[in-house]
Design a protein around this ligand. Structure first.
Ligand code: GTP
Ligand code: MG
Length: 200
């Protein structure tokens, strides 16, 4: 399940511009700044494959990375970027939703959830939208290495609270994995999970 080779293929501004290909793909989605690009870099063990930045809203396109010449990791624009213009926000939902609903080769969405903050409404809305539209998802909790914030709760408490809400909203709780791009926690588990997803 290891990643030996990764090749950037293209950035697409629209769902219909994505590579025409029948190889399976796994998309990475989450709030702006949740750690999507860092997680991809951690999985790949290369810095700067997906551009990371402290400035939220850096990834604005659908980015396809071909892994081991056999499947794609797709880095999607973050949602909930407060400073994005209204036009940019509308754009996000239109084209990202189009991608989820029309991409036949999409096997699963990894929905990244920041474990260093309490459950966020926008993440729950996103999970509910994916669930309603029958898009398979796995929750990937990020930043599990973070000790509690100034007056916040610990990652394990935030995760528990999030899962409790999911249990109330879903008939079947999607799978979840705890990760940290800093310590490498969950890296092997996530790679194994992704290889299982592709082989269904
Ligand atoms: P956008 O592309 O803007 O949507 O952001 P993103 O989700 O790709 O986030 P990115 O990977 O750029 O990380 C955002 C910030 O969080 C950076 O400052 C990272 O260093 C930090 N970060 C990401 N993952 C972790 C983690 O596992 N632990 C800690 N402590 N910090 C992290
Ligand atoms: Mg990014």
């Amino acid at each position: 399940s290891q990643i030996k080779e990764v090749e950037f293929v293209k950035s697409s501004a629209k769902a219909r511009d994505c590579p025409k290909d029948d190889r399976p793909e796994i998309a990475i989605l989450g709030r702006s700044n949740v750690g999507k690009s860092s997680l991809i870099n951690c999985l790949v063990r290369k810095k700067e494959v997906a551009l990371t930045s402290k400035k939220p809203g850096k990834t604005q396109l659908i980015n396809h990375f071909l892994v081991n010449k056999s499947w794609y990791i797709v880095d999607l624009p973050g949602y909930g970027f407060a400073k994005a213009s209204d036009a940019a926000k509308t754009d996000w939902s239109a084209f990202t939703k189009g991608y989820f609903l029309n991409r036949d080769t999409l096997v699963c969405v990894l929905l990244l959830i920041d474990a260093s903050v309490p459950p966020q409404k926008i993440d729950l809305d996103c999970a509910n939208w994916l669930g309603r539209n029958n898009v398979p998802m796995t929750f990937v909790f990020t930043k599990c290495d973070k000790m509690k914030a100034a007056k916040g709760k610990r990652p394990d408490e935030n995760i528990k609270a999030f899962q409790q809400i999911i249990r109330e909203n879903f008939k079947v709780h999607p799978p979840w994995i705890l990760t940290s791009s800093v310590s490498g926690l969950g890296r092997d588990e996530l790679l194994l999970h992704m290889s299982q997803l592709r082989n269904y």
